[in-house]
Design a protein around this ligand. Structure first.
Ligand code: NAD
Ligand code: ZN
Ligand code: ZN
Length: 379
């Protein structure tokens, strides 16, 4: 099959690799119809997270079931399915508690949590390819309505729509609350969409990219352009000096200022300022324990020196980590089916697999208009 293969920093290519096969009775093989490129893929792409060359990229996958192992009985050949980016066993303590993001059995390294085509997430190939092997298929796969309708909306169910939603859950967004979302990348946009779905009265989205801020406005948010002034002041003014109830961190450890200078603590510092005392912050932007390219000696070891003193004084709660996709994807799917959610509206490019290397380059440079790329391997 054809697949997007990682060769080293800033170097991916489309190669012919071996087809995946059923290795265990609970496996399924999926023929991929859509696989997205994620902001998270850019961490290994830029050499900021160590990744084995030869690995196949892609953790945002959906498609049609092509083959199932002897032990699979809920999922059948021909089903249209979404594949959560967390790869989980379904039987360990954390899976039973709903934390598929921290499965204790799926990652052979022993680290909690596994996934497809991603550093530290186990040996599993990703789905930026024609075919994907999914272990524990009955547990992991989400069934979708037959056909091709809502393809771009459903393809957001594997990661960024649930992740944006999870951010608003960690940030305790509920009807009438005010929310500040930092980062208008795909995850921040999904957090803004989710905040509106949960009944927030005011949603601010902060970034410098005008095209991304314009998309935030389509979800009913107020855009705050970082390059035009003091973002903390702007949000305090817009909330009559009270600050917001909830904050979302959807940027991660490569947060930078308007000049491009990296400050890994910048967004957390801003959030601690704009979230009111006893409010909550959801951190879904990625921070790594080891970052060879970190901006400071501390950052290289994952030590992020944000204003924890003020956070403590204000009694702000902070929730963080990878999204347990299965906790939300069924209900978010139903919001799509019934016309209440349109996460696919942020897609800027639908491309064939062959165009992936160019897409990685453009998305990584945040070239204007490259918001979210969906690859269609069958195209
Ligand atoms: N927790 C999870 O389960 C999970 C899942 C998916 C993605 N992520 C992570 O979420 C983060 C966002 O993902 P994405 O796909 O939207 O990435 P992205 O890189 O496309 O978007 C990040 C955005 O943040 C903006 N930004 C940079 N510095 C900023 C600052 N100081 N203030 C405000 N905005 C700033 C950038 O301009 C960019 O638009 C990444 O770290 C990604 O790895 C986490
Ligand atoms: Zn992703
Ligand atoms: Zn498990």
């Amino acid at each position: 099959m054809k697949a997007v293969v990682y060769n080293g920093p800033f170097d991916v290519s489309v190669e012919n690799v071996a087809d995946p096969t059923i290795e265990k009775p609970l496996d399924a093989i999926i023929r991929i119809t859509s696989a997205n490129i994620c902001g998270s893929d850019l961490h290994p792409y830029e050499g900021r997270a160590e990744f084995d060359s030869g690995m196949v990229f892609g953790h945002e996958n959906m498609g049609i079931v092509e083959e199932v192992g002897a032990g699979v009985d809920r999922i059948t050949v021909g089903d249209r399915v979404s594949v959560p980016f967390n790869l989980a066993c379904g039987t360990c303590r954390n899976c039973n508690d709903g934390f598929t993001s921290a499965c204790l059995r799926a990652n052979p390294s022993g680290q909690p949590g596994a996934g497809y085509g991603y550093p530290q997430m186990g040996p599993y190939w990703g789905g930026q390819a024609e075919l994907l092997r999914v272990p524990w298929a009955d547990f992991n796969l989400l069934k979708l309505p037959e056909g091709t309708e809502h393809e771009l909306d459903f393809t957001m169910l594997s990661d960024i729509f649930p992740t944006g939603y999870h951010a608003t859950e960690l940030a305790k967004v509920s009807p009438g609350k005010s929310v500040a979302v930092f980062g208008a990348g795909p995850v921040g946009l999904m957090a803004a969409h989710s905040a509106a779905l949960r009944g927030a009265s005011q949603v601010f989205v902060v970034d410098f990219e005008p095209d991304r801020l314009a998309l935030a406005e389509t979800f009913g948010a107020t855009a705050v352009d970082l390059s035009t002034g003091d973002v903390v002041e702007a949000i305090m003014d817009a909330t009559n000096g009270r600050g917001v109830d909830s904050g979302v961190e959807a940027v991660g450890y490569q947060a930078h200022d308007a000049t491009g200078q990296e400050h890994p603590a910048l967004v957390m510092d801003n959030l601690v300022q704009v979230v009111r005392a006893t409010g909550a912050i959801g951190v879904v932007g990625v921070y790594n324990p080891v970052d060879p390219g970190g901006a400071t000696e501390e950052a290289k070891e994952g030590r992020i020196a944000f204003d924890f003193g003020t956070a403590f004084t204000k009694g702000v709660s902070i929730g963080t980590g990878q999204c347990p996709v299965k906790r939300y994807n069924r209900e978010l799917r139903d919001l799509i089916i019934h016309g209440n959610a349109t996460p696919g509206s942020i897609v800027s490019h639908e491309l064939s697999l062959d165009e992936a290397p160019h897409a990685f380059d453009q998305f990584d440079k945040r070239v204007d208009g490259w918001t979210k790329v969906v690859l269609h391997p069958a195209a």
